[in-house]
Design a protein around this ligand. Structure first.
Ligand code: NAD
Length: 367
């Protein structure tokens, strides 16, 4: 049998720097754990535009459709701000998400004990926090028609339409229930069923899907109350499922519970392929950070933890994913810090590659 395949798209800015550290981790798993991938690498974003005049070449898109998982660094940078909207670096990423039909966006909010002081909330509220937000990614108000700005009488009107079909809600809910089964078996669905018909339908469909997952404890909450509860006592949640708009807001809110952008991974999943694996794109939440690019200052942990998500959700290697997450945790507990994780004067931060090396050393120590 051939090895599972991985397409790496480092992208722009700090993307290639953090991805170089992930390559060390991938190599380690191949050499020491027998977890071997067929890895190919290609261009996306500004890097692809520079070479091909498009932020995602058709050949790269075709490759992304064929592989078992795609791992992306980041795209964008000031150099490309002047480009036409149709060829901006972000269009490459949006094309990947759209053509792979990645409808389920997973954003964990996990607070490593060593970083609990970095949260804006009290330490006891966030220490040990481990929740997952599942955001529907391909429908809802960001895509609904009609949309636009029209003239009405003597003024302009801005229109967007919140629209969800049963099947769109069904597949997002199912991916959240599947996740809950692999975690703490608790799922909270958030909408605004009190004021929105799409929210009523959302609640009905999620409840219906829940009958297929009797082991999962399902609850419902209005999204505004959910935002309050997330800041009051986030540890009450395990998995949260919500629509595109509320998910956008709630996942950013939850992300900040944990402190630093340099620590946040994400996964975007679509329908299962012929081999049973979901279409999948893994990427750090952060962007290309042009302010620190090329200086060896970037924190590679978000990208490394995105690879951990790939191990768990694409390759069913939950134990190896945990091994990697624990290696990151150990490095932090040992006090290794990139600049974004340091608030003490006078300490010398670890460079991007020193952080990557420390994670590999912690993996080695785990054997
Ligand atoms: P950003 O996430 O790139 O940076 C925000 C701040 O966080 C910066 O100060 C940066 O130095 C810091 N930061 C981000 N990642 C870090 C890391 N791994 N280690 C240490 N510090 C880190 O967001 P931005 O500045 O708003 O956007 C910069 C560019 O990235 C823009 O072109 C934007 O369009 C693009 N962008 C891309 C993505 C993506 O590829 N998914 C996401 C967001 C922004």
């Amino acid at each position: 049998m051939s090895n599972p395949s991985l397409l790496i798209l480092p992208g722009d800015g700090i993307g290639p720097e953090v991805m170089a550290e992930v390559r060390k981790v991938i190599d380690w798993f191949g050499a020491k754990r027998g977890v071997v991938f067929d890895v190919s690498e290609d261009l996306v974003g500004g890097a692809a535009y520079d070479k091909h005049g498009t932020p995602l070449h058709d050949d790269t898109m075709a490759k992304a459709q064929e592989v078992d998982a795609v791992l992306l660094g980041a795209v964008g940078g000031p150099k490309y701000d002047v480009l036409d909207f149709s060829v901006k670096p972000e269009r490459g990423l949006l094309r990947l998400r759209k053509e792979m039909d990645l409808y389920s966006n997973l954003r964990p909010a996990q607070c490593f004990d060593a970083l609990a002081d970095f949260s804006s909330l009290k330490k006891d509220v966030v220490a040990g926090l481990d929740i997952m937000i599942v955001r529907e990614l391909t429908s809802g108000v960001y895509f609904g028609e009609p949309r636009g700005i029209i003239e009405e009488g003597n003024e302009r009107v801005g229109i967007n339409t919140q629209r969800y079909t049963e099947s769109e809600i069904d597949r997002a809910a199912r991916s959240a229930f599947e996740l809950a089964m692999k975690r703490g078996k608790k799922l909270c669905s958030m909408e605004k069923a009190n004021v929105m018909e799409s929210g009523i339908l959302w609640r009905e469909v999620v409840t219906e899907v829940g009958k297929d997952y009797p082991e999962v404890e399902l609850s419902h909450m209005y999204a505004d109350a959910g935002a309050m509860q997330l800041t009051r006592w986030p540890k009450q949640f395990d998995v949260i499922v919500t629509d595109n708009l509320f998910g956008d807001l709630l996942s950013d809110l939850a992300a900040m519970l944990t402190g630093s952008l340099g620590m946040l991974p994400s996964a975007s999943l679509g329908a299962p392929m012929a081999n049973g694996r979901p279409k999948a794109l893994y990427e750090p939440v952060h962007g290309s950070a042009p302010d620190i690019a090329g200086q060896g200052k970037a924190n590679p942990c978000a990208c490394i933890l995105s690879f951990a998500m790939a191990l768990r959700y694409s390759f069913d290697l939950g134990d190896e994913a945990t091994r990697l997450e624990q290696a990151v945790e150990k490095v932090l507990a040992d006090g290794v810090r990139t600049a974004d994780l340091l608030n003490e004067e006078g300490r010398t931060p670890a460079s991007t590659s020193e952080m990557g090396d420390a994670v590999v050393a912690a993996l080695e120590a785990s054997l």
